[in-house]
Design a protein around this ligand. Structure first.
Ligand SMILES: [Zn+2]
Length: 92
């Protein structure tokens, strides 16, 4: 049995310890909060409440999940309001 993925991630970790992580946005939670993943070692980071990058722990994953749902609902409500107000704005 070959365990290629493990070998690759180890190589990635070595690469990152030498050159540093190469984080790319993996998920957009809100305008300000995003999740990032290193394309070499798959390490995940997220934006915390202070706007700094922190490791994406299960706790932060949960927070982000809730944040995303709230954010989506807000956008929906905003869109519905905009639609409601649109005819008024047009006639005046
Ligand atoms: Zn990395």
């Amino acid at each position: 049995m070959h365990k290629v993925p493990q070998k690759q991630s180890l190589k990635g970790k070595l690469y990152c310890s030498v050159f540093g992580h190469n984080f790319q946005v993996s998920k957009k939670i809100t305008y300000h909060v995003k999740e990032y993943q290193c394309c070499h070692c798959k390490k995940e980071m997220t934006t915390n409440s202070k706007g700094n990058l922190t490791e994406l722990t299960p706790k932060y994953r949960e927070i982000n999940y809730v944040l995303k749902r709230i954010h989506k609902n807000k956008q929906k409500r905003f869109a519905a309001q905009a639609l409601k107000n649109a005819p008024l704005k047009l006639s005046s």
